[in-house]
Design a protein around this ligand. Structure first.
Ligand SMILES: N[C@@H](CCC(=O)N[C@@H](CS)C(=O)NCC(=O)O)C(=O)O
Length: 231
């Protein structure tokens, strides 16, 4: 990044797992930023639609430029402020590490996280069991081998990486929801038994201060239940 640190403003909502990604990155990078909370319970203001015509959070203002989409925001932050999160592409290990992280995140989101909402919404025991089975199978087959060298974070790292920046907000939800009755405890029990690498990693991710930071488990669980009841 330029020698002068840019002025950052994050448009966010602390209940949003996508916006949470930006908070994890900013917390790890220890970069100062302003934030504006966007009320997602009402139509977006004309002012915010000028910031992000899609009306979604997060958006990041960098001096007078706007960046939207959580993965793009997180990648921008990781590139702009070189750190332990990810090596630069010009680093000898950069391209391969970045490819490994990208594959891990894509796999977690498309094979595992994709079942979280259906699991919360399931109304019958049969439906729930089928989703749990599918989720556990996906973790065992797709994720477990990718975490064989977790230390405890991705790729043997003792610190969070961009992999956790992009998945942590979803992992902490999966790991927290049994306590609030949003998903059955049996998912966690089965994962602990069949996917120990994943379980150790998920536990470490969920306990990390940068992941826990803005996460109000009780409040988000309550609002999620209200939304599920209405849907
Ligand atoms: N693909 C977007 C998804 C962001 C997103 O869906 N944010 C939700 C809150 S969790 C939102 O802003 N929803 C507002 C709405 O749909 O009106 C990203 O990764 O940034």
């Amino acid at each position: 990044m330029a020698a002068v640190t840019p002025k950052l403003k994050l448009y966010t909502n602390h209940g949003c797992p996508w916006a949470h990604r930006a908070h994890i990155a900013l917390s790890e990078l220890k970069v100062p930023f302003d934030e504006e909370i966007i009320d997602l319970g009402v139509p977006r203001t004309a002012e915010y639609l000028k910031v992000n015509p899609r009306g979604l959070v997060p958006s990041l203002r960098v001096d007078d430029q706007i960046i939207t989409e959580s993965a793009v925001v997180a990648a921008f932050l990781a590139d702009a402020f070189p750190s332990h999160l990810v090596p630069a592409s010009s680093d000898p290990n950069g391209p391969l590490t970045r490819a490994r992280i990208a594959f891990f995140v894509d796999t977690y989101m498309s094979k595992v996280n994709v079942s979280l909402y259906p699991l919360m919404k399931a109304t019958t025991e049969e439906e729930r069991s089928a989703i749990i089975q599918k989720t556990v199978d996906a973790v065992v087959k797709e994720i477990e081998p990718l975490l064989a060298n977790a230390g405890p974070f991705f790729g043997g790292s003792s610190q969070l990486t961009l992999a956790e920046v992009l998945t942590g907000s979803f992992v902490i939800r999966l790991w927290s929801w049994p306590k609030y009755g949003l998903v059955p405890q049996s998912v966690i029990d089965q994962l602990s038994e069949k996917a120990p690498n994943f379980s150790r990693w998920a536990e470490a991710v969920s306990k990390h201060p940068s992941v826990k930071g803005i996460f109000d488990a009780e409040g988000i669980a309550r609002r999620t239940k209200e939304r599920l009841a209405k849907s």
